[in-house]
Structures are given as C-alpha cells and as structure tokens.
Design a protein around this ligand. Sequence first.
Ligand code: DP6
Length: 325
Amino acid sequence: MKREARATARANIALAKYWGKADAALNLPAVPSLSMTLDPLLTHTRVSFDDGLAADSFLLGGHFAEPEETARVTKLLDRVRAEAGLSLHAEVESNNQFPTASGLASSASGFCALAAAARAAAGLPFDRAKISAMARQASVSAARSAFGGYVELPLGKPGDGTHAASELAPPSHWDLRIVVAVTSEGRKAIGSTSGMVHTERTSPYYKSWVDASPKLAAEVRAGILARDLPRVGTAMEQSTLSMHACAMAAAPYVLYFRPATLAALDCVRGLRDQGIAVWATADAGPHIKALCHVDDHERVAHALSRADGVLRTLIASPGDGVSID
Ligand code: DP6
C-alpha cells in the first residue's frame, strides 16, 4: 500500500522578528512576528507512506540528509501519523528551487511543504491553519510559509498546540521587493534554534527584547495595512537590530554579522540619505535583505552589489502560501 502527495511552499522573511520561545516543548514563540512570503524561493516536497518501508528516509536535494535532519522530519511525520491513525513509514524527497547560495534559509519553506505533503498523503483535509501549526512545531518561521503575501504569527500561549499563523494581506495588497545581498557561501556558524536558546539563557537584554517586540510588531502590522513603507521599514530595522543586539550580549556572544553585513547595512542607509525608501533586515546569518518599492529595486540591487564583500544580489517579491501539487 502506498499513499503519496506533493506540496510546494515558499520561503519567508520576517519584517518583525521572532527570537525566543514561550514554550520549548511545543515550540511556541515568545514574541509576535510578521513576514512576507517570497517568490521565487520555492521548496517542492514529496511524501510517500509505504507499507514496504522499514524506516523513514529523507532525501534532500538528491542526497540522504544528516541523521539530525532526518530525526526532525520523523518527529513531524509522527504527529501526522498520530492525527491520521497511520503507522506506515515514509519516504520524503525535498528539493529547493532557490538560486544557489541565495543566503536564504530553506527550513521555513521545507518544513511547511513537508507538513502539507505529509498531511495530504495521510488523507487529512487541506487546512492552512493546521499545516501552519504543524510546521511551527518543527520550526516557528515555517508556520508563516503556510500563508501567502503578508503573514502574522502572534506570540504563543504556553500549552497551546494549535498556535498558527494567519494571512494579514494577500500578495496583491502591496508589490514590495526584497533585495537579498548575499555576503557568504558557507553555512551559518550558529543555527537559529541554538542561537536563540542560548540568548534566552544568558543575555541580560533578553527580557527587554521580549518586552519591546509587541510594539514593534504592531508598528509593522499597521504599516503593512496602511502601505506605509517608512513605518514598516523603521520598525523592521529596529526589530532586527534589537534582536541582534540581544544575541550579541549573550555569553559567549552570538554574532551573525560579518564585515560585509555592516557594509551592506551602511549602503542601505546611504541610499536612504539619497532619498530612496529602503530599509534593511538580517536573520541568523550574515546576509542583508533590503525592503523597497518595486520601482527602486534595480537601483538598490545595483548599489548593494557594489558594497564591500557583497557577492551577489537576488530579488524576491510577495508570493503565495503553500499548495498541494
Ligand atoms: C532570525 O524559525 O529557524 O529568522 O523555531 O527554533 O526552528 P526554530 O527557529 P527559526 O528561527 C528564525 C529566526 C529568524 C527570525 C524570523 O524568521 O522571525
């Protein structure tokens, strides 16, 4: 017996950042976050439950994944099996259609596509909130990729396993661009999960970060609804730098910035001084992502590609939520 389904999900970038957990066991966020779902950064995933399999297997980009990665996939599959009353093992195949070394994390689109494909293969009905909640348990940012356009994920209430993201506005609401300035080819030194757990344990600024986040997220939210880019951008930069400052104050420090990150950040401010509406964000890695109007993206990309240490740029626009293929 074989039950198979395929799903496609897109990466997302947080405009108001998530960093810290309200409940580690259920993987609930300690702060609210908002994001934009990104085209053309796609992950395609196929899940096949099969009674001929002795264990789950996970093929990522054509290669068998590391045991820790496979264990994370199995954990998600276990939840799907429990909900669907299924005991079959699964073969999982996932491919990122990201331009090589885009500098964008694939875990958000990956876990979201996995949750959608696994639920469909197990015969569960398509439900974005349920896909989002299931993806969230694997990785909080993945919860946001279930929806398209502009997405919000409130802070979690401890014990609430159903906690999910929702759509704030569809992709057509506002045609913004994200220009990614890629500054390194390698993998990040400290993963986001361990980086934030360590920040929470040791940074004296963690409480301030958690206390300040709701107001910044509310600003980003209001700015998106009003299509007010300076409002979104100003709050997004403050959310980003607050998150990084909090992580930098951990012991030992968690520092994702490289010299090229600062050069790109400076470049964005320089463009603003010239009158261009552009603001920067950065995740648990050294790349800068600049948010601007569609008409300015070529100028922004050109300037960023000339900043010291920037290897290349990539343009992303608002994209759709997860789908079953
Ligand atoms: C900096 O969602 O990767 O990108 O829930 O532990 O898997 P886990 O963390 P993850 O963290 C993403 C952190 C961030 C900000 C964001 O996307 O909101």
